[in-house]
Ligand binder design. Structure first.
Ligand code: GNR
Ligand code: NI
Length: 167
């Protein structure tokens, strides 16, 4: 296993649209394992391949209290969504920024597992939020892009200042 570097907003590579996984093979399983290790170490509750600069449709998440429930989604698709929910989000690619985002309250997702088998999952609560956040990454979208231009400008200034201090 290996820890992977996480891209930081406003890195333009975060806006890459990820390509579907053609075959779930050993290389994809290795990427999922490395992404899980990277997510747990960060620590975060989800990670999309886009964030580690691999532009394929793969995400990992674990919203369990004791970090014992790794879930892997390959080629995830939202089949339907309903309701609205506003919640505070953070992102490993936008460290230190927490802002309220409006999302669907419930989603049904279809994806492949690590054996290449399709499954469907109905999600609500934090799982639904996290799935939408990660699938956005695969489409090249970062949560701060839902905010007003004013807020986004302030966030960019804050991140620029942070990177001058921490480098
Ligand atoms: O660790 C994370 N926490 C989080 C909190 C609220 C909504 C979404 C998230 S996902 C984030 C990890 C991450 O950046 N995934 O892309
Ligand atoms: Ni994120």
């Amino acid at each position: 296993m290996a820890l992977l570097p996480i891209l930081r907003y406003p890195d333009p590579r975060l806006h890459t649209k990820a390509k579907p996984v053609a075959v779930v093979d050993a290389e994809i399983r290795k990427l999922a394992a490395d992404m899980a290790e990277t997510m747990y170490e960060a620590p975060g509750i989800g990670l999309a391949a886009t964030q580690v600069n691999v532009h394929v449709r793969l995400l990992v998440l674990d919203i369990s209290e004791d970090k014992s429930q790794l879930q892997v989604f390959i080629n995830p698709e939202i089949l339907w969504r309903e309701g609205e929910h506003e919640g505070e989000e953070g992102c490993l690619s936008v460290p230190g920024v927490y802002e309220t985002v409006r999302r669907s309250e419930r989603v049904r997702v279809r994806a492949l597992n690590l054996d290449g088998q399709p499954f469907e999952l109905d999600a609500d609560g934090l799982l639904a939020i996290c799935l939408q956040h990660e699938i956005d990454h695969l489409d090249g979208k970062v949560f701060v892009e839902y905010l007003s231009r004013l807020k986004l400008g302030r966030i960019k200034a804050k991140l620029a200042k942070q990177s001058r201090i921490t480098v």
